[in-house]
Design a protein around this ligand. Structure first.
Ligand code: ATP
Ligand code: LTN
Length: 334
């Protein structure tokens, strides 16, 4: 609890360009949470190092992601938006938690298995202990809730296991966090393979709408989106491509699937795709404008980065000191 509010923590990696899936499934829904929770949103740049990065590109992407957080509507006065690497407590706690995590547990992580298959030439120790750094992120702020996608539930589960194990030995040190799953249907699928989720690491650029795509590109990608030969706009399992476009249209316009079915009754896929494209362009335009504006204000961004790192360090240090004391590390002479 901070000032009588429950604590919420989430993070995103600055790898790749954010997609419409990241926005509709995560960012957009985060905006309304600040009233109810004390929110920490980190750009988890240390996690990004688990796969090889171009240094200049990583720096640029991390700043872009932080800008996007703000442009999407996260008020940096109410939400603590910061770089993970600016708060040293994350790695300090991660080391201690490493000593309370078993190899067997980490070996079971499906993300580790997937990523090692994908980067077979660089299966580094950081990739293996990735979930422990994530546990440190969450536990450092005594987070009660963690909004994540389904793919991250296994990491949240190991976080809870580590916290419970630690608490069982040393008393109630950590809050046990709960997953906060967004609204159902918020999973946006690939425009090219509608049975796969839209993902920023997809190699086919036509599969995803990137948040910074220009209107022509957006319209073209929707025109090429994979559908089916049914010829009707209906929300059902046999039509995953159309259902996905309906989800996107609904998320951008607030219309329900029944309303959308009615609106496009007797109309062809061409008309429907045109409407979806326009709705997405209208949704992203203000976001893109805000990104432009905020990016130009270097002093503002720098002060957000600085102030929020100080705020995050303050809360994280409280937990870290407690943990260090519990495990028997000698107190610093101040
Ligand atoms: P990568 O391709 O690098 O694994 P990603 O695009 O899958 O990345 P993450 O960085 O894993 O995205 O996730 C960031 C946040 O966006 C998470 O909360 C996740 O649940 C959400 N998210 C990612 N993709 C989608 C999607 N297609 N639909 C809805 N939400 C999504
Ligand atoms: N692993 C997450 C990103 C992440 C995270 C976190 C999410 C790192 N630390 C802490 C929630 C809480 C991902 O790949 N989406």
């Amino acid at each position: 609890m901070i000032d009588g509010k429950k604590v919420l923590f989430s993070g995103m990696q600055a790898t790749g360009n954010l997609t419409l899936g990241n926005y509709l499934g995560a960012l957009k829904n985060w905006v309304s949470l600040a009233d109810e929770y004390e929110c920490f949103y980190s750009v988890v740049d240390l996690h990004s190092l688990t796969v090889r990065q171009d240094p200049a590109e990583l720096r640029q992407r991390a700043r872009k992601l932080l800008t996007l957080y703000i442009a999407a509507g996260l008020d940096p006065e109410k939400n603590c938006i910061y770089y993970q690497s600016h708060v040293s407590g994350h790695t300090e706690l991660a080391w201690i938690l490493d000593c309370f995590t078993y190899m067997g547990e980490l070996n079971r992580m499906t993300q580790f298995k997937d990523k090692s298959a994908k980067h077979a030439d660089n299966i580094n120790a950081g990739l293996f202990t990735y979930p422990v750094l994530m546990a440190a992120d969450i536990l450092l702020y005594q987070a009660d809730v963690v909004p994540v996608g389904k793919d991250q539930l296994q990491h949240l589960e190991i976080t809870r296991d580590i916290a419970q194990r630690f608490n069982a030995i040393y008393g109630d040190v950590f809050t046990i966090p709960e997953a906060y799953l967004g609204k159902a249907g918020a999973k946006i699928m690939s425009l090219q393979e509608p049975d796969k989720k839209m993902s920023k690491s997809d190699e086919n650029p036509n599969a995803s709408i990137y948040l910074m795509d220009d209107p022509d590109t957006i319209m073209r990608k929707f025109k090429r989106a994979v559908t089916d030969s049914e010829g009707c706009v209906r929300y059902r399992e046999e039509q995953p491509g159309i259902s996905n476009l309906m989800d996107i249209y609904g998320a951008c316009t607030g219309k329900t699937s029944e309303e959308i079915e009615k609106e496009f009754e007797g109309k062809g896929y061409g008309d429907f795709k045109q409407a979806v494209g326009e709705a997405v362009v209208d949704t992203l335009r203000p976001l893109q404008q805000r990104v432009e504006e905020i990016s130009k204000d270097k002093a503002f961004l720098d002060s957000v980065i600085k102030e929020n790192a100080i705020k995050a360090s303050y809360y994280s240090n409280k937990t870290l000191r407690k943990v260090q004391k519990k495990v028997g590390l000698p107190e610093k002479i101040r």
